[in-house]
Structures are given as structure tokens and as C-alpha cells.
Design a protein around this ligand. Structure first.
Ligand code: NAD
Ligand code: TYD
Length: 368
């Protein structure tokens, strides 16, 4: 962790001029929310694939932020961590000094928590994004990459074969997706009104290492590793499009470097599965039978189906998912959790237990 003074020393140096936009942008990056699931995978990928980059990770370390996720890069001289909130305008002024681009992951991210209490979602996702946008304008940041979600489009019919495109109207159904849609609109407004160079990505459900076991895949995998039942909401017919986190991160990097200003890019894994199908696959991989499925009351406002048309990203930027296909991608993910019991046991301690009890403790069990 760095003090403000150490940080500005660390970031001092020659500003590039006249080089390609790509090179300038990637010289100095601010990543928000880099201690979370996707942000930590993104920072690791960036340091590996862009040797010239220097990155500052600004993260408030809420319940979902975990510096253990980046333990392997913490001593890299190109990396610095600052604990702080994206709603803190004064701090943003300091950390943005000398930054060429921002990749904005920081957010409250779990639908079920937004149903329990939407206040933190409006604060971090809406107010935080607006505060960050304003600070980026003041600091002369050259590009703002906003990481959003397919959930802003709402829900598709269960048995259709249509998919969300970038022009599908926003129609969010949960407090989480409503707060993300609001943040997307603020990003758009910063471009239209103030000419800030922005790009927006909207991705489907991620899976992979370092995902907090509140989301369905790591929750089910770690419960099964503990010989506990898995709480399947409703009839299990809801469909999600699953993408490996590194495929998402590569797409964000491509959009950051080469996306057209003001544009939205959908990202998807071409991997639609019902929750029941996902659960059966996990049971098979982990050698468990159906008796581990515990049907519980449905999530209120539960979106039926998400599906992404990522054609624009493929055509314009040549991106393709490389690691999202199942069963291989799912096998590897299960193996990662099996090999990292210390990581997820710590993640499932403390505040997590209170949340788990609140979310599942009194949830009505449905007939099997
Ligand atoms: P996560 O909950 O694992 O991580 C969020 C991170 O943001 C944490 O490290 C947390 O400490 C930090 N944070 C939260 N509020 C903050 C604040 N006010 N100031 C600074 N830091 C703050 O979430 P994730 O799954 O890694 O998602 C990252 C982003 O990607 C989010 O914007 C989310 O909407 C988006 N997204 C997620 C998925 C998915 O499947 N997980 C899919 C599409 C888009
Ligand atoms: P989740 O991982 O919370 O992602 P999202 O709600 O953003 O899509 O949930 C994925 C799907 O799994 C969703 O349809 C809800 C379902 N689900 C369960 O059936 N049981 C659970 O305990 C959780 C957390 C989710």
C-alpha cells in the first residue's frame, strides 16, 4: 500500500507525446475495484501481456475486495495499491495525476445483496461513477473504460433464441442492474456533453478463479467441497451465458486499446446454460448426486434469460472467447477452488457468515 506522496513519486516520469494512442493509454492506468474478482484477474493479465504498463489499483476493500487476489504481483514495481473510495473526489484528484486511462470495475456487484439493501449500490455504482467521471475530466484523462453488465438490458423470454445487442433498450429489473444502467447513462452523458473519450463494455456472467462464493458457481462448488447442499432458486430453469473471466478481461483490454470513442461493446461467452444444467454439471464433476440439490424460494424479480450478441466486438476488434467452453472451462474452475481451500475458507468467514444466514437461513425450502 502507498501513501499519496509515495504514489506521486512512483508515478513521476516522462509523459509520452505523439506516439500511438494505444501506447500512451497503456503507459499509466488507474484500475478501480482491482482487488475484486474481475479487476484482480484484469491487473494480472495486464502486467503479463503489457510489459510497459504501470498500474494503480484503487479499491475501497469492501466485503468483496481482497488483496490476497493479487498477492503474486504486489511486489511488482509496475504495480501500486491505494485503498480508497471512488466517491472520494479529493483522493481521485491525487491518484489520477499522470494517469492516461481509467478502467472502472469498482462496484457493488451482487443482485441478492441489492435486494437486501440497495443503498450501497446507488452510492458506489451511481455516485461513485459520476464522481470518477468528473475527476477524470478535471485530470485530463484520455480514455475512460466503463465495465458494465448484460443485466442492464433486463430479461429475455426463456425459450427464445434472441440475444441482446448494443441497441437493445435498457430495462433493468434489480436494484443492482438499475444502478449499473444509471452508471452507463452517466458515462454516455460525459461523452455527449463534455467530450470525454469513453467506451462501455457489457458482459455476461463470469466464472473463474478468485470469484467470491456469494455468486452461484463458487458458492455451489465450495458448498459441495464442504459436503453441504446447494440452494437452487425456484425451478432452476433460468438461463445465464457463462464466460471465463480471462476472456472477459481480454475483451476489456481490446476495447480499452482499440474501441471507438463513445461506443458500447457487448461481451458474451456463447455458452448459455440453465441453472439446473449448471448444477448437474457441477454435481457430475464433483462426484455428487442429486440429493445435494436444495430447492429454495425464488429470487424476487429473477431475470429469466440473458444472452449476448457479441458480433460487434468480434467484427471490429477481432476478439474471440478462448477459455469459456464447457466442460473444460468449468472443470478447471472447480479444480482451482479444490486447490485453494485457504482462499475460499477465509472468504467464507466473518461477514460472509452473517450474509449467508440472512440470505439462506430463513429461506423457504421447496419440494424436491
Ligand atoms: P466484485 O464484487 O468481486 O469486486 C468489486 C470490487 O470493487 C471490490 O474489490 C470492492 O472492494 C470494490 N469496490 C466496491 N465499491 C467501491 C468503492 N465505492 N470504491 C472503490 N472500490 C470499491 O465484483 P466483480 O464481479 O469483480 O465485478 C467487477 C465489475 O464487473 C462490476 O462493475 C460488475 O458490475 C461488472 N460485471 C461483473 C460480472 C460478473 O459476472 N461478476 C459480469 C459483468 C460485469
Ligand atoms: P449469480 O451468480 O448471483 O449471478 P446473476 O444473478 O448476476 O446472474 O446467479 C446466477 C444464477 O444462479 C441466477 O439465475 C440466480 C441463480 N442462483 C441460485 O439458484 N442460487 C444461489 O444461491 C445463487 C447465488 C444464484
Amino acid at each position: 500500500m502507498y501513501t499519496r506522496r509515495q504514489l506521486s513519486w512512483r508515478l513521476q516520469g516522462r509523459r509520452l507525446s505523439g506516439d500511438s494512442m494505444v501506447k500512451r493509454m497503456l503507459e499509466r492506468l488507474l484500475v478501480t475495484g482491482g482487488a475484486g474478482f474481475i479487476g484482480s484477474n484484469f491487473i494480472r493479465l495486464l502486467l503479463r501481456e503489457r510489459p510497459g504498463v504501470r498500474v494503480v489499483n484503487l479499491d475501497a476493500l469492501t466485503y468483496s475486495g481482497n488483496l490476497e487476489n493479487l498477492a503474486d504481483v504486489q511486489d511488482d514495481p509496475r504495480y501500486a495499491f491505494v485503498r480508497g473510495d471512488v466517491c472520494d473526489a479529493a483522493l481521485l484528484g491525487d491518484v489520477l495525476d499522470g494517469c492516461d486511462a481509467v478502467v472502472h470495475f469498482a462496484a457493488e456487484s451482487h443482485v441478492d445483496r441489492s435486494i437486501i439493501d440497495s443503498g450501497p449500490f446507488v452510492r458506489s455504482n451511481v455516485l461513485g461513477t459520476q464522481t470518477l467521471l468528473d475527476a477524470c475530466r478535471r485530470a485530463g484523462v484520455q480514455r475512460f473504460c466503463h465495465v458494465s453488465t448484460d443485466e442492464v438490458y433486463g430479461s429475455l423470454a426463456l425459450d427464445g433464441d434472441d440475444a441482446f445487442t448494443e441497441t437493445t433498450p435498457l430495462s433493468p429489473n434489480s436494484p443492482y442492474s438499475a444502478s449499473k444502467a444509471a452508471s452507463d447513462l452517466l458515462v454516455r452523458a460525459a461523452h455527449e456533453t463534455f467530450g470525454l473519450d469513453v467506451v462501455i463494455t457489457r458482459c455476461s456472467n463470469n466464472f473463474g478463479p478468485y470469484q467470491l462464493p456469494e455468486k452461484v458457481i463458487p458458492l455451489f462448488v465450495t458448498n459441495l467441497l464442504e459436503d453441504k447442499p446447494v440452494p437452487l432458486y425456484g425451478d432452476g430453469r433460468n438461463v445465464r451465458d457463462w464466460i471465463h473471466v480471462l476472456d472477459h478481461c481480454r475483451a476489456v483490454l481490446a476495447v480499452l486499446e482499440r474501441g471507438r470513442p463513445g461506443e458500447v461493446y457487448n461481451i458474451g461467452g456463447d455458452n448459455e446454460r440453465s441453472n439446473l444444467e449448471l448444477t448437474q454439471m457441477l454435481l457430475d464433476i464433483m462426484g455428487k448426486d442429486d440429493s445435494f440439490i436444495q430447492r429454495v424460494a425464488d429470487r424476487p424479480g429473477h431475470d429469466l434469460r440473458y444472452a449476448m450478441d457479441a458480433g460487434k466486438l468480434r467484427r471490429e476488434l477481432g476478439w474471440r472467447p478462448r477459455q469459456s467452453a464447457w466442460p473444460a472451462g468449468l472443470d478447471e474452475t472447480v479444480a482451482w477452488y479444490a486447490e485453494h481451500p485457504g482462499w475460499w475458507r477465509r472468504a467464507k468467514s466473518g461477514e460472509y457468515r452473517t450474509y449467508y444466514e440472512q440470505q439462506y437461513g430463513r429461506r423457504e425450502a421447496l419440494p424436491a
